[in-house]
Design a protein around this ligand. Sequence first.
Ligand code: F6R
Length: 606
Amino acid sequence: MCGIVGYVGHRNVSDVIIAGLQSLEYRGYDSAGMAVLEAPGITIVKGVGKVSDLRKMLSERPLCGSQGIGHTRWATHGGVTEENAHPHCDSSSNIVLVHNGIVENYREIRSEIPGEYRSETDTEVVAQLLSTLYRGNMVGALVELQSRLRGSFALAIMAKDLPGKIYCLRKGSPLVVGMSRDGESLCASDVPAILPYTQDVVYLDDGDISELSTAGIRFWNAAGESVEKRVSHIDWDVSMVDKGGYPHFMLKEINEQGAVLRNSMAGRISGRRVVLSEELPWTRDDVLSWKKLHVVACGTSYYAALVAERFLEDITGFDIRVDVASEYRYRNIMAGPDTLAVFVSQSGETADTLAAERLAMGKGARCLAVTNVLGSTLAREVHDILQLKAGPEIGVAATKTFMGQITVLYLLALHLAKLQGRLPAAMEEELVGEMLSLPYKVEAVLARQESLQKLAAIYSAAEDFLYLGRGRSFPVALEGALKLKEISYIHAEAYAAGEMKHGPIALLDRNVPVVVITPKDGLHEKTFSNILEAKARRAPVIALVTEGDSSLDGTADHVFPVPATLDQFTPFVTVVPLQLFAYYFAKFLGCDIDQPRNLAKSVTVE
Ligand code: F6R
């Protein structure tokens, strides 16, 4: 969950590290720090707060040098204090390092290496242990270090007696390295920090060690043998990781959703037919041999999976199970060679999703990753990949990747149904034709965001919300409520509309607005009854309806119309107003929208 940046080159390293940390701040933002080689020693500046606070500290205490490592933290071991902020060093101050991940046996190691510890972190213990193992050969010491540590870690390390070099070690937590044409070497937890210098990167594999210098980057495996690594070209460019004139990344990303739909469909549709056979080279026999379909994810990705579940069950004959990864991994899962297991993860680094995937792989299931990050751990471990093509998502609250996920999962459903022989050509053409119109419909919703801004202001005093939806609108309600609570810290609960009378109705009074997602579909009339039940308890009702539907006029307090689409596709247009409502609500309250409290984008702890 933390962000790491390392740089060795010819520029002022503190500028490079600050810029890099800012692009990784979505990974954690409770404290930040950096260590710079200022010959003959290494100077550390760190403290509680965001990268902008670190920048202020540096204006008072500028660091001069062209080699350094930096860190932005999401606290796990030890509170949010200056002492616990990274970098950490050994007691002789020769070795200094930054760390992402968790070392599970740190207490054991700490008791073996007595001495004065300045922090409560597992990271300082790693620095002390490395110092006892290091006898002039850093690669050898790192080979030994990784055999002693349990857990997951990505480390960037400098030693005072090894100027000009930064060492990296990866096990379980992501780390990527790259070299610019000007002889600058970088490492980072994620590519946005490296993109301004190069689009050619190497993703370290578990156990990999690398040495960065101005002469190049060298690699060794966990046994200490020198290895060559494959270079990956990243097709994201640096303009994709700025706000592009928007006040927040979240707003920019919500507004990009028409383009995300187009990109995620591009090259996967020809005429009005789905063409996924290059990316998923499955035969009809493969698909017919799978009797079960498991879809596993966390958070927003799980809600995307729930949206897709309805479509998958409509058009494929699979026995479908959709589960949150943190539950799936601890159950007695009946998966095997007769199972297609789909793991949905924007980052591809979520610890629970990875554990669930490893469980399914171990049982012999065919595993597919639906992810935005091709070089991610998930993408590299599974049999098949479908990339979202949403571009980098920096706002901590996921929005455009939800859109990318449902798009790709719908294409997957169509591909599977086709291979099963269950999708008549006319039906495929009708469904795909409608999918192709969705970017315009999403953009029509985006064009009316001013009215959602006004709505957010009207309800800004509310402290509790209930979100309701039936069928496909139920996971949309879950996602809408999650967005509101994540970024505005307002309590919002989502229920299947039919469940309201079984308990949550007790909460309702004039102070609890009810947001109802009720497009004109087969369940519209049923949901209408639930709206009347809420109104009878004087709850204000905000209803998302299909354009032209006047059935709620005079009943709902506010109505927001969305463009008409086929029943199967309503989530694509109903989720957008809920994202915007949450955004403007949080903005009205003055919340830190892109970096909400307690959250981090990439959840690499269990
Ligand atoms: C919510 C959000 C999280 C993530 C969840 C899974 O806005 O972003 O709920 O969806 O942490 O993350 P990924 O998709 O990276 O596995």
